[in-house]
Design a protein around this ligand. Structure first.
Ligand SMILES: [Mg+2]
Length: 365
């Protein structure tokens, strides 16, 4: 199989309603899908949609990195050669994490389809592991959150995620109460504070919301509060998860102390530079005692969502719901791309392959 060219397909999807996070409002999801054409069979797809509302990096950086990948195809026609040239010796800053993610995903998609298996299998996972999907609540008032959550519960969702920290602690509590009231006691509720709080604010907010029954809270503390994070879970009585704090294996050191509870780790391929890198980080996290690893998209199109589902299966995090913000917002594939990676709004997804293919079903029949 030889690579014959690359195409960068822009993605632009308005989020309705916009997503309010503690780092600001996200009204439109923009990004790219990289398409790698080959001399036999269908092209490989990978998404490059960086979390710019969190890292503040201009989207143009990712576009430039994708253009560099496409240019490299002029003298690099073998997939393995391209991976070696651009991904295996990274650290020189020549690709953004999102562009590296797109290249890694597209190469994995091609390799998996060449072998007739799913990307999850290439990453070392069990084939066709059905995964529960976490529904991101996008509504903004208690009544609207309850309505949205009841609808998702009726469709079969059992895990829900609520953004907190963007409004007042009182708003957060009312929203969490409305959500719990709508979904019942058996459903799991995750919170995401996107680094909203000081230690004191976090303890106070989480002690108030904690009685609603919280699976974990993502990134409760403002940047630079690593030392306090280990104390927070004890002080607030809610498990803590790290998301944007983990970009590379070395980041685990600060947050996974030898003593004290290990945090939950949330992995997003667009942030860390690809599915293969997520597998490396997950392996290192497990060696440090992390028991729960959660995979999530970064509010992506079906290409990024499918990649997240395959990654979650590869990490055998079958007990932990995969977060698909893109599905909650109904983000579609950019025009002109084939439907090899269609992801539906479904409470269970099975990464069936070949390549990135995902099926909206729960069993292996
Ligand atoms: Mg998060």
């Amino acid at each position: 199989m030889r690579l014959t060219g690359g195409t960068i397909v822009p993605l632009r999807a308005p989020l309705r309603p916009p997503l309010d996070t503690a780092q600001g409002r996200v009204a439109t999801r923009e990004g790219f899908v990289l398409q790698l054409a080959v001399d036999c069979g269908e092209p490989g797809l990978g998404e490059a949609s960086p979390p710019y509302w969190i890292d503040g990096r201009p989207l143009a950086d990712t576009r430039a990195a994708l253009e560099a990948i496409v240019k490299k195809l002029d003298d690099c026609r073998e997939p393995a050669e391209l991976r070696k040239a651009l991904l295996d010796n990274r650290g020189t800053g020549h690709l953004t994490p999102a562009a590296a993610c797109a290249l890694d995903t597209a190469l994995l998609d091609l390799e998996a389809r060449r072998r007739g298996v799913g990307v999850a299998a290439i990453l070392g996972g069990a084939a066709q592991t059905p995964l529960p999907v976490c529904a991101l609540l996008t509504a903004r008032t208690p009544a609207a959150i309850a309505r949205q959550a009841r609808g998702a519960r009726a469709r079969g969702y059992t895990v829900f995620k609520l953004k907190v920290g963007a409004g007042t602690p009182g708003d957060d509590l009312e929203n969490a109460r409305a959500l719990r009231g709508a979904v019942g006691q058996s459903a799991l509720i995750r919170l995401d504070a996107n680094r909203a709080w000081s230690f004191t604010q976090a303890v106070s907010a989480l002690r108030a919301i904690g009685p609603q029954g919280i699976e974990f809270v993502e990134e409760p503390l403002k940047r630079g509060a690593a030392a306090e994070l280990a104390r927070l879970a004890d002080a607030a009585g809610v498990a803590v998860a790290l998301d944007e704090s983990i970009r590379r294996v070395a980041d685990l050191e600060a947050f996974c102390p030898a003593r004290g509870p290990a945090p939950v780790i949330v992995l997003k391929a667009a942030r860390v530079g690809g599915l293969s890198r997520c597998v490396e980080i997950a392996r290192a996290a497990r060696a440090r005692g992390v028991a729960q690893i959660v995979v999530s998209d970064a509010i992506e199109s079906p290409v990024g969502m499918s990649a997240a589902v395959h990654l979650a299966a590869a990490l055998a995090s079958a007990g932990s719901a995969v977060g698909l913000g893109g599905a909650s917002f109904g983000i579609r594939l950019p025009g002109g791309l084939r439907e090899n990676a269609a992801v539906h709004d479904a409470p269970w997804l099975t990464p069936c392959g070949p390549g990135l293919k995902v099926s909206p079903r729960r069993s292996r029949e």
